[in-house]
Ligand binder design. Structure first.
Ligand code: GRF
Length: 210
């Protein structure tokens, strides 16, 4: 999977629905020089008043909003795909994007869509993952950045980070501790993809030549 080279930077398309703290962590990694050869091409939301869109505007980044409510998934996705292509995006990063992608969307960016999930997949896919983990009584929780395939929270794993579950935790405090690690994990995952040093072998995203 060749994604980046010196004269072909990785152009990210960020998709979000909410506050956008993961997006901001990625933007900060780029600003601080921790993600060489990576730039944010556009930030897109399916929610008109998403905080992440205001934050992107403040950073002077291109933004677009395609309200998804009441629209057929395929039609909405066609607008998003066109926007990503206009901005020459070659890596899509879902960052709190609360909408399933159509098969057409996934086919348009094969192995070029990343998602972050606030649990250690394959445990606790779906909504309210931190609450699921807390209620289950796990002693270690965490987050996963993975490629997106046609199944929910299922594609090959790129990066994971763990946190302990403390006796004093509730689901909210656990989610806050996981979020700190999410902000590190997403940039780690993008750096791995950008490095060109990893390849997909079945489900394994592993170093080439090892
Ligand atoms: C994060 O917990 C992410 O793992 C989940 O949605 C949340 C988005 O948070 N998919 P933010 O909008 O990035 O702050």
């Amino acid at each position: 999977m060749e994604l980046a080279s010196k004269d072909r930077p990785l152009r990210l398309g960020i998709l979000l629905s909410g506050r956008g703290s993961n997006f901001l962590a990625i933007a900060e990694s780029i600003r601080a020089g921790r993600l060489k050869g990576v730039e944010i091409a556009v930030v897109i939301s399916n929610v008109a008043d998403a905080g992440g869109i205001s934050a992107a505007k403040e950073l002077g980044l291109p933004t677009a909003v395609f309200v998804s409510q009441g629209r057929k998934r395929r039609e909405h996705d066609a607008d998003v795909i066109a926007c990503l292509q206009t901005h020459r995006v070659n890596l899509v990063c879902l960052a709190g994007y609360m909408r399933l992608l159509s098969p057409e969307f996934i086919a348009a960016f094969p192995n070029r869509i990343l998602n972050i999930h606030p649990a250690l997949l394959p445990a606790f896919p779906g909504l309210d993952a931190q609450q699921q983990a807390f209620d289950y009584g796990v002693k270690v929780a965490g987050c996963t950045v993975h490629f997106v395939d046609e199944h929910l929270d299922h594609g090959a794993i790129i990066a994971q980070r763990t946190v302990p579950v403390l006796e004093s935790d509730d689901a909210h405090s656990l989610a806050e501790r996981i979020l700190v690690e999410e902000h590190i994990a997403y940039s780690e995952a993008i750096a791995r993809v950008a490095s060109g040093e990893f390849e997909l072998r079945g489900r394994r995203f592993a170093k080439r030549g090892l």
